[in-house]
Design a protein around this ligand. Structure first.
Ligand code: BGC
Length: 253
């Protein structure tokens, strides 16, 4: 339930950058330009928290004493990070929500980054008003997933890690895999075809929404896929994580 009419700071911690902006939750838009700082090379909880603190300080005048939402590329179960694929392994087992709240001196709500994107698309984007099962996938450094049933998020699904042909799916079909293996859109689409057709066999969703930076170029690969399920690009693009994190923070304030 979005209650905040004043801006809430949403921060998105990613493999290459940490970015944040105050979000107007009546429209899902940024009140000020994003601030982006590269993710520390050694991306420990403490190093990332120092960067997050800089972003919070920069927007202190806009966000009052309201809570901050942070999207993280890992599941977050009751504040704790049980596994970490793409940041430093020392996150595992840490109650990161508590750690951030203490470091920032304000209530902090942590949410998985794909779940944040899912919340953003449900409230303001491609999944708005959609009934039935929507699966949002983010194609980036990894593959993140959000499962949304009749507008309600089922958090912490890790369906980017399903095993296909004995391999972790994200190592084959993420946009990072496309980049490091220099795959053409056509060759990458073959891998996406396998991924999404496996997903539809297991879940029978009503809609796939495809997010992540590469979704800007959706016309280069979505038309190459042959699926039963409609598949559409996400609409919030690179602001999805921050907007969703702010929605999560507002929901708990
Ligand atoms: C992580 C997920 C995350 C996704 C996208 C995966 O490797 O396990 O939690 O949502 O990457 O960042």
């Amino acid at each position: 339930m979005i209650s905040a009419t004043q801006p809430i700071l949403g921060i998105d911690i990613g493999g290459s950058g940490i970015k944040g902006a105050p979000i107007d939750l009546t429209t899902g838009t940024l009140v000020k330009d994003n601030m982006r700082i590269p993710t520390p090379k050694k991306s420990t909880p403490k190093a990332c928290a120092d960067v997050v603190a800089q972003i919070v300080d920069a927007f202190a005048d806009d966000i009052g004493d309201r809570p901050v939402g942070i999207a993280l590329p890992a599941p977050v179960v009751h504040g704790i990070v049980p596994m970490m694929a793409n940041l430093h392994s020392s996150w595992v087992g840490v109650n990161a929500e508590e750690m951030f709240s203490e470091r920032l001196g304000r209530q902090t709500v942590l949410v998985n980054d794909a779940d944040a994107a899912g919340l953003a698309e449900v409230h303001f984007g491609a999944a708005k008003g959609y009934s039935g099962l929507v699966i949002l996938t983010t194609l980036g450094t990894g593959i993140g997933t959000a499962l949304i049933m009749d507008g309600t998020l089922v958090p912490n699904t890790e369906l980017g890690h399903i095993e296909i042909d004995g391999l972790d799916a994200e190592t084959r079909a993420s946009s990072y895999a496309k980049t490091v293996e220099h795959l053409s859109y056509k060759r990458w689409a073959k891998r996406l075809q396998k991924y999404y057709s496996t997903m539809e066999r297991y879940f029978w969703p009503d809609l796939f929404v495809v997010g992540g930076g590469v979704s800007k170029s959706h016309e280069k690969f979505l038309p190459l896929l042959d699926l039963r399920t409609p598949i559409v690009p996400a609409q919030l693009l690179n602001r999805a994580g921050a907007v969703g994190a702010a929605i999560a923070a507002a929901g708990r304030s």
